[in-house]
Design a binder for this molecule. Structure first.
Ligand code: COA
Length: 362
């Protein structure tokens, strides 16, 4: 965990400034050896646990992230493998901090189309890998994290009622990592210039966020046939408490109906909405049958919103224990299988090199 005072010890900033301008008090940073896929895996396992679901029943795994472990392959494939989700397709989705709500809308659409019955939607980001730790204007804002939900086909009247997605690529330069992609390839010069780290125009992003958050929340509630009075909770992307306060004022909704945890995690990008959602569900604020509006906004520029009627899944305790043991077994087997497959692939690689050398008399 990194507190504001930890930042203030090495940067020209202070706890008072950060709290007053952002509401952030601390953020969590991935441990050595942890990266986005391992954070995503932890969240995925917790979601399967809560839903008491079998990983082998998953049809699709979507990881919303802009900080995958590698440019390729997708972090979602690492999660799929480690879960032993043998039947599932898996891909990453990059819509910046709107990623989780984008992925939720995609998961919902996949289920509604009828081809998929069980979709694991994860938001995960390791922002500590891409922020410039010497830049006080961005370093203090971000943290690492992951959250996940399991979507399942149902005939009951709950789940995602409506969603909307938005983008305006003209604002791409306001929030970007300039180098390391195909436009500005990684080179000693790009590294020296710090172009692999996140660059942001804070004031303009603030204005954009303060506008789209209330607009998207209102529009998606309307699309779901709800008035704002019918909405029990708004769970916005946690970037800055002031952005959320401004949105509450614009919507004329009391701040108490917003789930806010930016103080404890900072901006965890695609992870922020699912972390806040899971916390509200776990501590009992979010009750079955209640309506919740999720709103994301971020790089792209992008924004997204979803109106959800919440349904709690309470697994039967005795069966759940058996299922938990079964899942544990599956995870262990997945780990064992991974070691075996990688070992065999390496062995085959070496043997075929030897064979080729011998054939050509080297
Ligand atoms: N500590 C102390 N001073 C800081 C600072 C820090 N961590 N970061 C910036 N400052 C300084 C600036 O350098 C500036 O100094 P100057 O007036 O001498 O130039 C001053 O504080 C005011 O900067 P400004 O950018 O106007 O501050 P602000 O009130 O807009 O707050 C942000 C800055 C970044 C907190 C705010 O713009 C913001 O939250 N923007 C949205 C960012 C965001 O959410 N991004 C992710 C979206 S997904």
């Amino acid at each position: 965990m990194v507190t504001n005072d930890d930042h203030a010890a090495v940067l020209d900033t202070s706890d008072a400034w950060i709290v007053e301008r952002t509401g952030i008090r601390q953020r969590h940073i991935a441990a050595d050896g942890q990266a986005t896929a391992s954070l995503a895996l932890g969240a995925a396992r917790a979601a399967l646990e809560r839903a008491d679901a079998d990983p082998r029943d998953l049809d699709l795994i979507i990881v919303a992230t802009m900080t995958p472990d590698h440019p390729m392959p997708a972090a979602a494939c690492q999660v799929q493998n480690a879960l032993g989700a043998a039947r599932a397709g898996a891909f990453d989705l990059n819509a910046g901090c709107s990623g989780f709500v984008y992925a939720l809308a995609m998961g919902q659409a996949a289920i509604e189309a009828g081809s998929y019955r069980s979709v694991l939607v994860i938001g995960a980001d390791t922002m500590s890998a891409v922020v410039n730790w010497q830049d006080r204007a961005t370093a203090v804002l971000f943290g690492d994290g992951a959250g996940a939900v399991l979507l399942r086909a149902t005939d009951e009247e709950h789940g995602v009622l409506a969603s909307l997605l938005g983008a305006d690529g003209a604002g791409d330069e306001l929030l970007m990592i300039p180098a390391g992609g195909s436009a500005q390839r990684a080179s000693p010069e790009t590294v020296a210039a710090g172009l692999h780290t996140l660059q942001m125009n804070g004031r303009q992003v603030y204005r954009f966020a303060a506008r789209v958050l209330p607009e998207a929340a209102e529009a998606v509630a309307r699309d779901a046939g709800l008035s704002l009075d019918d909405v029990d909770w708004i769970i916005p992307h946690q970037a800055n408490a002031r952005i959320i306060e401004a949105a509450a004022q614009r919507l004329q909704m009391p701040l108490e109906r917003f789930v806010i945890n930016v103080d404890a995690y900072g901006n965890t990008s695609a992870a922020s909405v699912p972390i806040a959602l899971c916390e509200a569900a776990d501590d009992g604020r979010l009750q079955p049958g209640q309506h919740v509006v999720l709103v994301g906004f971020g790089a792209g520029l992008t924004w997204a919103a979803a109106a959800v009627r919440w349904a709690a899944v309470k697994p039967e305790v005795q069966r759940a224990t058996l299922h938990r043991l079964w899942r544990e077994l599956l995870y262990r087997w997945a780990g064992l299988r991974t070691g075996l497959v990688r070992g065999i692939n390496r062995l085959v690689g070496r043997l075929s090199t030897l064979w080729r050398r011998r054939k050509h008399g080297e």
